[in-house]
Design a protein around this ligand. Structure first.
Ligand SMILES: Nc1nc2c(c(=O)[nH]1)N[C@H]1C(S)=C(S)[C@@H](COP(=O)(O)O)O[C@H]1N2
Ligand SMILES: [Mo]
Length: 517
């Protein structure tokens, strides 16, 4: 007859067994690929199947914490499931073991759905199931109240002699420590490729540096961002739950498809080509009116158009399909890349340093004038010359537009929403951008009055943002300030708000604030 175990012990056994499964799977993945870890495979699969509106919500709501929020939610979900399975296992070991097997099966399904799946990816979930079920059986047995008179032979074999009633505590601690150690070990193994050490050994110097940023390129004292965004503050948007770990010395890029000759480039090949530095503003299509997903850097790299000319393009090709090491895909219009002065780069440096790992180390693409989702492939490993008819990239399959030229936009940085400022003289400031076209003017109005032209910062080049500021004379009371940009093609931003999906947000940015003495 099986004894009933206490609810606390049942829950502890089940939760720790799930932890052991996760830790063991993580350790196994350390030998294969960090993304093969059940927790990351499931997380990445969730990211891929999350409906676009929900993904947009997460990006807007949690910003760059969205990945931690996802992992935290999965962790919480597992905790609840484990607790329920534990409570259902007070008499028998079936529910707790079944949960581990079901979770393991989900991890297998997630692994199979990953674009970089190989057969080896089945090992971590298998190890998880074994470790999880074994831990659960062991803890469940240890949790059973000691029957003073008739221990079964099996109990004798399992119990550590002399520990008596502390058996459960000792066993749980052992499982918890083991799970933690395994997870840590997996993490260390996963880092052994050493993207960071590979990066630190490099020194990237442009053969043709960008012109220095002129004084007056930003109005930081009046509340705008600095013209160049420091790498640590550069916005980050990608689908990668774990940062791809690539080394420069083993990196390769295969250029193939509708070309005269296939090319395989190594990092040394790139270093031996002319390295140019370009000051470029990157913006995300998910950026809402007034949003933060825009930054500017000095990118160093080789001309993408030159490389494609070496490969020889089939004139019928209109799309450049690129893939990152983690299987994300991107489709870039060939005509934009090949246009004269496109400034499209295969980039290896950012603000005088090798690309940071989270910005695509060792190699990414940058194409001025296009939103990141159709141009800025990080951890770039494959480039296929093809057509838009032939191939739909990651976000296009999720209802975003095939082509993503950046829309002319402007943003108010000062005042902030609901700010209280002094009446009288007040300087408002912000940014405007129309990559590859250039900003002509930014107008501002208060409380729906006359549009007034603002002062623009020194122009660095047409591929970058431009700052604006304007001196206002404010009456006491509440106010609303709006701005609109006009670009060099003569286009003026329209008032109507359009959401980011499918091809970028538009509309006037507007801020409510008040002037009070
Ligand atoms: N490999 C990979 N590259 C990617 C993405 C991605 O999800 N995976 N996201 C793209 C998007 S949507 C944008 S806006 C830019 C952002 O680049 P950043 O993170 O360096 O600012 O990267 C692009 N490159
Ligand atoms: Mo983006």
């Amino acid at each position: 007859m099986t004894a009933t175990i206490t609810p606390l012990r049942a829950i502890t056994a089940s939760v720790l067994a799930v932890a052991a499964a996760l830790g063991a799977g993580h350790l196994a993945a350390g030998f294969i690929s960090p993304e093969a870890s059940p927790i990351f495979a499931v997380g990445n699969a969730v990211i891929d199947v999350t409906p676009t509106p929900m993904k947009e919500f997460a990006i807007q709501q949690f910003g760059e914490d969205n990945k931690n929020v996802l992992l935290g939610s999965i962790g919480l979900g597992l905790l609840v499931l484990a607790a329920i399975a534990g409570l259902a296992s007070r008499k028998s070991k079936i529910a707790g073991s079944a949960l581990i097997v079901i979770l393991g099966a989900a991890a297998v399904a997630a692994a199979l759905s990953r674009p970089t799946f190989t057969g080896l990816w089945l090992v971590p979930p298998a190890v998880s199931i074994l470790a999880g079920v074994a831990s659960f059986m062991w803890l469940h047995r240890a949790a059973a109240p000691a029957s003073p008179d008739a221990p079964t032979e099996k109990q004798l074999a399992w119990d550590v002699p002399g520990l008596g009633r502390r058996t459960f505590l000792v066993s749980s601690t052992a499982v918890a420590v083991g799970a933690g150690a395994a997870a840590l070990g997996g993490r260390m193994l996963g880092q052994r490729v050493g993207a960071e050490s590979s990066r630190e050994a490099l020194d990237i110097i442009a053969d043709v540096p960008a012109p220095p940023i002129p004084p007056g390129a930003d109005f930081t004292a009046d509340g705008t961002p600095t013209f160049i965004t420091p790498n640590s503050e550069f916005y980050r948007v990608d689908t990668a739950l774990t940062l791809p770990q690539l080394r420069a010395d083993t990196w390769q890029l295969r250029i193939h498809g509708m070309v005269d000759r296939e090319i395989v480039l190594t990092y040394d090949d790139l270093l031996s080509m002319p390295l140019v530095e370009k000051t470029i503003t990157l913006v995300c299509v998910s950026n809402e009116v007034g949003g933060p997903y825009i930054s500017t850097a000095n990118f160093i790299g080789v001309s993408l158009a030159d490389v494609l000319r070496q490969a020889g393009l089939d004139p019928r090709a209109d799309q450049l399909a690129t893939t990152s090491s983690d299987g994300w895909t991107c489709g870039t219009p060939v005509d934009v890349v090949m246009a004269e002065d496109s400034n499209a780069l295969i980039a290896i440096g950012m603000n005088g340093e090798p690309l940071p790992v989270k910005h695509g180390f060792p190699v990414r693409m940058v194409v001025p004038g296009l939103y990141g989702y159709v141009s800025a492939t990080k951890w770039l490993v494959d480039m296929e010359v093809t057509t838009f008819d032939e191939f739909d990239a990651y976000w296009v399959r999720r209802n975003w537009a095939e082509r993503g030229p950046v829309k002319t936009m402007s943003r108010i940085d000062r005042p902030r929403s609901f700010a209280q400022v002094q009446p009288g003289r007040y300087v408002a400031a912000g940014i405007a951008w129309a990559q590859h076209t250039g900003i002509d003017r930014v107008e501002v109005r208060v409380d729906g009055g006359e549009w007034a032209e603002s002062e623009l910062s020194a122009e660095v080049n047409i591929d970058t943002w431009r700052m604006w500021r304007i001196e206002l004379d404010l009456e006491p009371g509440s106010h609303r300030i709006e701005c609109r940009a006009t670009d060099r093609s003569g286009f003026t931003q329209q008032e109507e708000r359009v959401p980011p999906i499918p091809d970028g947000a538009t509309g006037w940015h507007s801020i409510a604030f008040s002037a009070e003495a």
